[in-house]
Design a protein around this ligand. Structure first.
Ligand SMILES: Nc1ncnc2c1ncn2[C@@H]1O[C@H](COP(=O)(O)OP(=O)(O)OP(=O)(O)O)[C@@H](O)[C@H]1O
Length: 253
């Protein structure tokens, strides 16, 4: 665990002792009659890979969208790197990969990478990111012509282009082939080694078991269990069985 942490790329230095990277207290969010998130509280430590598992519609994306300031909570509090999620200073410190990318069809992979890199004062090396994600031979390809898995690789590269301190990854490996999954798992494990905090929404228990230090299991908008993957799996045989027995919703809304 990192005891002392300095945030310097926002133009000033904050030294924070044992401050969680993300702190959520009593988060509530509803859409009309649907209570998407109900009284959710958890904290993510610096350099931790924290997983969110749970069935479709359990409130996982809504929660991470609140952390990413893409949705406004109805009540509760969220601190990201000690700040309000809407604090502009976080733009340089937080990378977000969500299920929809919204990229223009005509942009090539290289143009997208260069465009996003230009938004940051100290971007990551986009060529190295592209290489790590197996995109080097697709740099000249327009977004519309990419396969689903290649779009996914690009969205991960774009989440990392600002060399963030915290990355939010929603369904990291959806649509990736086995080699692609292995590439992104190595990439995410490497982030932790560099002290980057990762909030990871996933449906893959294998991914959670391999990567995550701790996992919160969501069901019907609530956290029904929070522990290490090994502790969650204990007594159930494996993590898949644990999630199935801990949750009640079916896969279909
Ligand atoms: N924009 C929206 N308007 C209305 N209801 C919504 C909206 N977004 C999500 N919901 C509802 O809120 C609940 C939680 O949705 P959310 O997307 O957070 O779940 P999830 O756990 O991420 O699901 P999945 O695994 O399918 O991505 C669901 O019942 C969903 O139908």
């Amino acid at each position: 665990m990192i005891a002392r942490w300095s945030i310097h790329r926002a133009g000033r230095v904050d030294i924070v002792e044992r401050m969680p990277a993300i702190e959520i207290e009593h988060l509530n969010k509803r859409y009309g009659a649907t209570e998407a998130v109900r009284d959710v509280s958890f904290a993510v430590e610096p350099a931790e890979i924290f997983g969110i598992l749970g069935p479709n519609g359990a409130g996982k994306t809504t929660t991470v969208e609140c952390v990413a300031a893409l949705r406004t909570p109805d009540s509760g509090s969220i601190r990201v790197l000690g700040r309000d999620p809407r604090d502009r200073a976080l733009r340089a410190l937080v990378g977000v990969q969500l299920q929809e990318s919204g990229l223009q069809d005509k942009l090539t992979v290289q143009e997208a990478l260069e465009l996003y890199a230009a938004c940051y004062r100290e971007p990551a090396d986009w060529r190295a990111l592209a290489a790590g994600l197996g995109l080097t031979d697709r740099l000249g390809t327009r977004y519309a012509k990419l396969s689903g898995g290649q779009k996914q690789r690009l969205s991960i590269a774009l989440a990392l282009i600002g060399d963030p301190r915290l990355v939010i990854l929603d369904e990291l490996s959806t649509g990736l082939d086995p080699r692609g999954r292995r590439d992104v798992w190595a990439l995410v494990a490497g982030l932790r080694e560099r002290g980057v905090t990762v909030l990871l929404v996933t449906h893959l228990t294998e991914e959670a078991a391999r990567l995550c230090d701790r996992v919160a299991v969501f069901d019907r908008g609530e956290i029904v269990a929070l522990d290490t993957p090994a502790a969650l799996a204990a007594g159930h045989g494996d993590l898949d069985s644990a999630v199935i027995s801990l949750t009640t919703t079916t896969g279909v809304e």
